[in-house]
Design a protein around this ligand. Sequence first.
Ligand code: FMN
Length: 320
Amino acid sequence: MSFWDESIKIGNRTFSRFIGGPLDGITDSPFRQLVRDFSKDELLYTEMRHVRCVANDKGAAKALRFEQFERPLNFQFAANSPEFVETACNKVLQAGVDAIDLNIGCPARNVIGSGSGSALMADLHRLEAIVKAFRAAVPLPLTVKIRAGFKEKNAIDVAKLLQDCGVDAIAIHPRLQTQKFEGRPDYAYAALVKQAVSIPVILSGNIVNFKTAQLAYEQTGADGFLIGRGIWAKPWKLQELKAHARGEQYVVDNQTVMRYALKHLDGLISYYGPHGLFVFRKHLPFYVKGHREATELRRELLRANQIEHVKEKLVSFFGA
Ligand SMILES: Cc1cc2nc3c(=O)[nH]c(=O)nc-3n(C[C@H](O)[C@H](O)[C@H](O)COP(=O)(O)O)c2cc1C
């Protein structure tokens, strides 16, 4: 069995090495449902939700509105104190998930402004209290998604602390908060984090195909590989990675891309109502990218207000 066919053990569960990462506003329930047409067993993260919102049902109804066939799911939380952790976790556990994740990597100003996300990497005392509250509340695998650090690299110390608190796996996106999503992720530093702990380490950053996954493995020794932007408008991506890891061909023809663009739009409308058309605008450019005349189509459809019009245009675009 090759390295890529082996699974990774997170707590008492095993998962494929390829994992669908969280992209807020992108990898929502309708998108995850599309992924499940191709990949049944791969772990998928939900988008990040603050424990306070879930505990107080503020926006939580939507956060907890997912289908059981989207599982295995790793529900991702943000938190800035241990308050609400237990209540929020209980709600999510009742909804049915397979793992719970704490995000301490988000660089967004409004998130770090409240002391959540990557700001926690600069406050180990508070981080420890929060992680201990999660560990006490979560009988499932508990993971934490980190960065290289907040303003300065300290992921090695953070990883050791998380392991000592009983966390089952770490996902690292090896950039600082100041780098947001730009610049090269520091794989060499991620390799040091991997060497510093014995729990599984999942690498996030610039993995878009099997070649980049192999490179990430060679340079970091990571156990798992989180696909972020590489899955955007490519719900078959995890399946493609698995096929390429086995040396098999994986061809996605235009008809499949069209079918999934249309299915995605339908899924967004049924989940969000008519607003789903506006949500689809974030996905549309990625479905048509690389095709001739994509620019004109994009320009036209990003202004379109009629669902049927968008569908007809997509059909004639891909059918042409
Ligand atoms: C639009 C967008 C939304 C994101 N939302 C989240 C999120 O909710 N939670 C999280 O942990 N990371 C989030 N990330 C970070 C990704 O999960 C990932 O770590 C990062 O993009 C690097 O990986 P990539 O190069 O494969 O995209 C987001 C990234 C982008 C670009």
